[in-house]
Write a protein that binds this ligand. Structure first.
Ligand code: PLP
Length: 475
């Protein structure tokens, strides 16, 4: 494709995306295709001869779009949001256009240095501690996902505990039943046996980790000759946005010299709003690492997860391997950052461009407005649920997620759960909205997470009207 052809098709693609976003409400939120349907509609073999780009766009409309679940739809309320926005999409396009692979500083100095500036900006926007900034011993880095960020935190923690993943010693990490499964996966990859992924009790009401039980488990492991490597505290759990007591957990970690990793994948970005900074109580004093995902709720399309460290040395010691073909004068000078040493893969995308575009386009005030809008709409939805006698609301909803359940008088818990699940399927099949579910104790709960930039009050009201009507119909 020549630059002139690229110009022509590029304009068509940008128009396609703009039309898609402008008309997104016309699509059913959740894709209705059956398993295998998209695959069956595609040729089994690649073309021998090149095809015009128009055919790609045609197939996008006829084959791909029906198989898309529309995450940017204003009535997408499932899981957590995966925000995108115009500036983020354009930033990502520029990244693709430059085609940079930023594994070391020398392979594109701007890729590294812009990333450093942007993660420092974000730390400032979230009022994270000064020792997370890159002009200290700490620093931030963009990872593909919180899962990767937590994995490298585990590897750094093992390094600081005096070992190496796979060195035959027994290491343990501490999570709760509410911790994201990525920590269990990280432990598995790091060679930590499942029996050493220790589940700390949670408070049955708040679902927050119990620091006293944490201390007990650690003491047991130490007595057994196991080396405690890392504790993961979560700010905004995946299931219900529970918040672990970071300061109290941090005191246990400090007393025992254990790495404290804070997983704030979804909720962390809400600290752009000063009134939500309390969520990070204890982070400045105790956290060794902290992750949050602009790709969830900060208008930056997947993938963009930011990990900060209070001290980057153990991470770099854990991950740095220097083969001859990567040696270069800049790296040897010690004056530059080589982010390849802060992550699992060698190669890396120029992700900073999209986050930079987002922060510059919206400014701090625009980002705050986006987060506040999500929280306000969630609060309004929660008030509607609470006022209806047929529903029970989970009162804790500090962010933009609301958990609730319909009441099924006379039904056993199992039957009530089945009825809730059926209701959920009917709602999602309608194409008008998309919710997901979780389980708390024995009860299946519905989850409604606000976050798509296009979501307005009318979408929340419409979602509630449909949920209420479907529920009343099934009584
Ligand atoms: N941690 C928490 C608290 C999450 O809610 C999630 C995803 O929802 C993750 C980690 C995993 O995020 P990622 O998809 O970026 O790995």
């Amino acid at each position: 494709m020549t630059p002139e052809e690229f110009r022509e098709y590029g304009k068509q693609v940008v128009d396609w995306i703009a039309d898609y976003l402008a008309g997104i409400e016309d699509y059913p939120v959740r894709s209705r295709v059956r398993p295998g349907e998209v695959r069956a509609a595609l040729p089994a073999h690649p073309p021998e001869h090149g095809e015009p780009f128009e055919s790609v766009l045609d197939d996008l409309d006829s084959v791909v779009l029906p198989g898309i679940t529309h995450w940017q739809h204003p009535s997408f309320f499932a899981y957590f949001p995966a925000n995108a926005s115009g500036p983020a999409i354009l930033g990502d396009l520029l990244s693709a256009g430059l085609g940079v692979q930023g594994m070391v500083w020398a392979t594109s100095p701007a890729c590294t240095e812009l990333e450093t500036v942007v993660v420092d900006w974000l730390a400032e926007l979230l009022d994270l501690p000064a020792h997370f900034r890159t002009d200290t011993a700490g620093g931030g880095v963009i990872q593909d996902s919180a899962s990767s960020a937590s994995l490298v935190a585990v590897l750094a923690a093992i390094q600081r505990a005096g070992g190496r993943a796979g060195d035959g010693r027994r290491y343990s990490i501490y999570v709760s039943s509410q911790t994201h499964s990525s920590l269990e996966k990280a432990a598995r990859i790091a060679g930590i046996g499942a029996e050493y992924v220790r589940a700390v009790d949670v408070d049955p009401e708040t679902l927050a980790m119990d620091p006293v039980h944490l201390d007990t488990l650690i003491a047991e492991d130490v007595a057994e000759g196991v080396t405690p490597a890392l504790v993961c505290a979560t700010i905004g759990t995946t299931s219900t946005t529970a918040i672990d007591p970071v300061a109290r957990i941090g005191q246990v970690c400090r007393a025992r010299g254990i790495w404290l990793h804070v997983d704030a994948a979804y909720a962390g970005v809400s600290a752009v709003c000063p009134e939500l900074r309390w969520i990070n109580d204890g982070v400045a004093a105790f956290a060794d690492s902290y992750v949050t995902n602009p790709h969830k709720w900060l208008l930056t399309n997947f993938d963009c997860s930011v990990l900060w460290l209070a001290d980057r040395a153990p991470l770099i010691e854990a991950l740095s391997i220097l083969p001859e073909y990567l040696r270069n004068a800049a790296s040897a000078s010690g004056e530059v950052i080589d982010y390849r040493d802060w992550q699992i893969p060698l190669g890396r995308r120029f992700r900073a461009l999209k986050l930079w575009s987002v922060i510059r386009w919206y400014g701090a005030e625009g980002l705050r407005a986006h987060v506040r809008n999500g929280i306000e709409l969630a609060d309004e939805f929660a008030a509607l649920v609470k006022a209806h006698p047929g529903f029970r609301l989970l009162e804790h909803h500090p962010f933009s997620l609301v958990c609730f359940r319909p009441v099924w008088p006379g039904k056993s818990t199992a039957d009530a759960n089945a009825a809730t699940t059926e209701l959920l399927e009917r709602l999602n099949d309608s194409g008008q909205l998309y919710l997901s579910h979780t389980k708390v104790g024995d009860d299946v709960l519905l989850r409604l997470a606000v976050g798509a930039p296009m979501t307005q009050r009318r979408h929340i009201q419409a979602a509630w009207d449909r949920i209420r009507t479907e529920y009343e119909r099934s009584q």
